[in-house]
Design a protein around this ligand. Structure first.
Ligand SMILES: *Cc1c(COP(=O)(O)O)cnc(C)c1O
Length: 458
């Protein structure tokens, strides 16, 4: 169509009311939550950009699918639909449902990762890192240098540093690298895509050392869209063809259907190796359920199967990636530095350069996230030293490489005027940036501390 405006490729069929807590109510909520935005109640948030995980709107076809869900304990028809859709997409012969991505990770790593192993990834997502570390193994991030430079416009900043991958394997020895993972798109590294050429190069290294290669595939469709837009030779391919090629380079994947499954819950583990799959299924029965439902209802399996087909529609992906870029334009126009170019599912504000008066040890990105909520009820999330800082033996902390506030865009949920509102909130905070102060942690858990830590203003 010859028009500039990219419209939502859907009309709204059912709506949910937003509540509007006052400034006093928001401040009281912050105090109660110990300045941890994970402690807020949903009705205390006006625009919720905490995550794009499980927060999207399902389509009428997905809801219709839920009505035909087969709740048979074993051999549910809905499982076979789920399996067939995923097999067609990924080519993997073994498809194991799980209640969400981290359950798939837990089962895979408990099966293949041993104490003292090293798992390379472009950038581990927080649950992925925690599940590797829980096996007493090391989660090593080896994204390319451009991935650490928020200003770089490199089109595939999620790429793995392939030379560093080889060095890592040489250094620790092939036997201590049970698998190599690549996260598409690279969530913790700014939602940046990984090129097909990079996936191919990682595949070649894995072949040379005979190491299995797994995708953390949560946003495979958004990654496919970026490849179509940015990589030579792909503009004429459909997102599905590109996604199929991505999966064909891997031996398996972990997947959270709460992202590009367009569903509110669910996930799966896919792989080619039937023996490893059997061990995983044994564990699945112990913790998730029978292998034809894996912790999900039959109707969830239907919703995911339908979602995995809808997510690859070009109109959807065009709208999806443009909505994120639209939010990025709003934030940029407030003079706030963001991770460039905008990622697929979220805008990442570079709090380190924006709030340079707050040292990393006082969590500048946490300070900014709190202020966006206080100002306008907008909830984002810190992705910096609260999430990824590492305690040192002397009681201090090694800060994360970047201090980001992620504003994640739920799929098919907010309209353009909601995002315009977010833009105004961001501008209001930007105007008083120099008055923002840092935080210190007053209580924390031994892992995944960002979910439950409490803070006090410095
Ligand atoms: C969300 C996510 C996970 C974990 O999935 P859950 O469904 O939240 O358990 C793993 N990896 C990446 C890249 C993610 O974005």
């Amino acid at each position: 169509m010859p028009y500039r405006t990219i419209i939502e490729p859907f009309r709204i069929h059912s709506v949910q009311a937003i509540e509007f807590p006052s400034l006093e109510q928001r401040e009281a909520a912050l105090e109660r939550a110990g300045y941890n935005l994970f402690g807020l109640h949903g009705n205390e948030v006006i625009i919720d950009l905490l995550t794009d995980s499980g927060t999207g709107a399902m389509s009428s076809r997905q809801w219709a699918g839920m009505m035909v869900g087969d709740e048979s304990y074993a051999g549910s028809r809905s499982y076979f639909r789920f399996r067939d859709v995923i097999e067609d997409l990924t080519g993997f012969g073994e498809i194991i449902p799980a209640h969400q991505g981290r359950a798939a990770e837990k089962i895979l790593f408990a099966t293949v990762v041993n104490e003292g192993d090293v798992v390379p990834n472009n950038t581990h997502f927080d649950t992925t890192r925690a599940n590797v570390e829980y096996q007493q193994a090391e989660a090593r991030d080896i994204v390319i240098a451009e991935g650490h430079d928020p200003a770089s416009e490199f089109p595939f900043k999620g790429n793995m540093d392939v030379a560093a991958l080889e060095r890592t394997i040489e250094e620790v020895g092939r036997d201590r690298v049970p698998l190599v993972m690549v996260t598409v798109t690279n969530n913790s590294g700014g939602g940046q895509p990984v090129s097909m050429a990079n996936l191919r190069a990682v595949r070649a290294v894995c072949d040379r050392y005979d190491i299995p290669f797994f995708l953390d595939a949560c946003r495979f469709a958004e990654n496919a869209w970026f490849i179509k837009q940015r990589e030579d030779g792909y503009s004429d391919k459909t997102p599905k063809e590109i996604a199929q090629e991505m999966f064909s380079l891997a031996d398996g994947c972990t997947m959270s259907a709460k992202k590009d499954g367009l569903s509110n819950i669910g996930g799966f583990l896919g792989m080619n190796d039937p023996e490893v799959a059997q061990q995983c299924r044994n564990l699945l029965i112990l913790t998730e359920g029978f292998p034809t439902y894996g912790g999900l209802a039959g109707y969830d399996l239907e919703a995911i199967a339908q979602g995995l087909e809808e997510v690859l529609q070009e109109e959807y992906l065009h709208y999806r990636i443009r909505s994120t870029a639209y939010l990025a334009d709003k934030v940029n126009s407030a003079g706030i530095p963001i991770m460039r170019p905008p990622g697929g599912h979220a805008v990442y504000i570079d709090a380190k350069s924006f709030l340079s008066h707050i040292p990393p040890g006082q969590y500048p990105a946490q300070a900014l996230a709190v202020e966006l909520y206080r100002e306008g009820g907008v909830r984002g999330v810190e992705i910096g030293s609260v999430m990824f800082g590492r305690p040192l033996p002397d009681g201090t902390e090694e800060p994360a490489a970047m201090e980001l506030v992620r504003l994640a865009v739920p799929r098919r949920t907010y309209t353009q005027s909601h995002i315009d509102f977010v833009g105004e909130v961001v501008i209001a905070v930007a105007q008083r940036a120099e008055t923002l102060r840092g935080y210190r942690i007053t209580a924390q858990a031994p892992w995944l501390r960002h979910f439950t830590a409490r803070f006090a203003p410095v």
